[in-house]
Every structure is written in structure tokens, then in C-alpha cells.
Design a protein around this ligand. Structure first.
Ligand SMILES: [Ca+2]
Length: 235
């Protein structure tokens, strides 16, 4: 298998603590589709456990399907992208069991410094309780995370999603309980991490939000993720 390379700066988070206000019964696990239900709760651009993330960063077609409490005549769909925005390729609503595209194209958000709110005005109102956001994750490097998706009804009502499923989720990397850190999948793997100080090779014994612990023979090295230019591993 080919080694995978990830540009670590795409993943980094400054602080692990995020405000988490449960708005629906099932908030799911970190990065799960359920994290795109309820009100938006990510206020800074970048990775967050309170958003949905796909299992891999740049593999191509992925989707997030959101359910709402009742079918409403939808005039607008609002999508908040908190990490690597710009990969939304198509958005649909489900009407009488069939997916109807209400937008497709290039999501040209430019260089964002804060979570991006993408507003889609439907060509005409559709009565629906289901919205599907299709991503082409190959378009924008890094995890294209979605924090929340709101529908706006023709009478002005604004409703957050209640349920969500997805093509894949980073939550599956989290191990027992689905928790874990963005780089938890590296634990136990052989890696080469390059920093300005040169490469470090060995086996990852632990990760958290800041550090990667690499063991090589009798030597253990803690590498600050913020200083990693590339991390290479073999699956
Ligand atoms: Ca969220």
C-alpha cells in the first residue's frame, strides 16, 4: 500500500474545549453525522468535534443526509462549514421519496477566516423534511467539516436538523465510545514526521490534541503537532 501523507496544519486545533449545548436527543460521538444536527455550535474556523467530518479527508464523493421534525415548504437551506470550506458540490431535498437537486456547482468561498455560511435559495419552494448535502472532498484539501444545516420555510420559520446520517464519518476512528483525537488512527502505526528539526521515525504510542508520542527503540519523542510539516504512515 502506498504511504498516506497528511498536512498536519489542516487538522490542528488550538484548544480541546468546545461549548457543547445538547439541542437534540442524540448528539452522537465526536465528528459523527449527529454533530451536524441542532443549532450551529462551532464559532471558529478549523477542526471541531462538534461538526461532522468524513472518515478520510480527500477521497471524493461523500454525503450528509439531514432529517427535520416536519415537512415544510423550504425556500432556503443554510449550511455552516467550519473546516476547509468549499467542497459542497450539490444539495438536494427529498420529495415523495425522490431526491430533487436544488443546487449544484462550484462552492467558491475563497479564503475564509471564520466558519462559512452557505445560503442556497431554492429555485422554487419544495415541501420536504430531508436535505442531502453532497461533497466532493477532493476539491478542497483537508477535512471539509459541516457544523449545522438549517432550513428556512416560506413563512420564515428556521429549523435545525434533528437526525443525520452520512456516507462516512471520522467518528469511526475514535475507538471505544467513538471519542479520540483527530490523529488517533495513527496510534500503533509506523510514522515518519518531518519538522524543521528534521524527520523522526518510529511507532506512535499516543496522541492528544497537541502532542504525538513517537517511540523508536528505547527513545521516546514528543512532537508538537503544530510543528509537523508532514506526517507519513503506512496502513
Ligand atoms: Ca455542530
Amino acid at each position: 500500500m502506498r504511504p498516506s501523507i497528511v498536512f498536519a496544519f489542516c487538522l490542528l486545533v488550538g484548544a480541546p474545549a468546545f461549548a457543547d449545548t445538547p439541542a437534540v436527543a442524540d448528539r452522537g460521538t465526536d465528528w459523527s453525522p449527529q454533530r451536524a444536527t441542532g443549532p450551529k455550535d462551532v464559532n471558529a474556523l478549523g477542526d471541531s468535534v462538534n461538526a461532522w467530518a468524513t472518515a478520510s479527508a480527500d477521497s471524493g464523493a461523500e454525503w450528509l443526509k439531514l432529517g427535520y421534525a416536519e415537512a415544510l415548504p423550504i425556500k432556503e437551506i443554510r449550511i455552516w462549514q467550519n473546516d476547509a470550506p468549499g467542497a459542497i458540490a450539490r444539495v438536494s431535498v427529498t420529495v415523495d421519496g425522490a431526491e430533487v437537486d436544488v443546487w449544484s456547482g462550484r462552492d467558491t468561498v475563497g479564503r475564509a477566516t471564520a466558519p462559512v455560511e452557505k445560503v442556497i435559495t431554492l429555485p422554487k419552494p419544495y415541501i420536504s423534511d430531508t436535505v442531502t448535502v453532497h461533497l466532493d472532498t477532493a476539491r478542497v484539501s483537508g477535512w471539509n467539516e459541516i457544523d449545522a444545516v438549517q432550513i428556512v420555510a416560506t413563512d420564515g420559520r428556521r429549523v435545525w436538523a434533528q437526525t443525520a446520517t452520512a456516507s462516512s464519518t471520522y467518528a469511526s476512528h475514535g475507538g471505544a465510545g467513538g471519542g479520540g483525537y483527530p490523529l488517533s488512527h495513527l496510534v500503533g502505526k509506523q510514522v515518519t514526521i518531518r519538522t524543521v528539526g528534521g524527520p523522526t521515525s518510529g511507532t506512535v504510542s499516543a496522541v492528544d490534541y497537541t502532542w504525538i508520542t513517537v517511540t523508536a527503540g528505547s527513545k521516546t519523542v514528543l512532537i508538537n503537532q503544530a510543528h509537523a510539516a508532514t506526517i507519513e504512515w503506512r496502513d
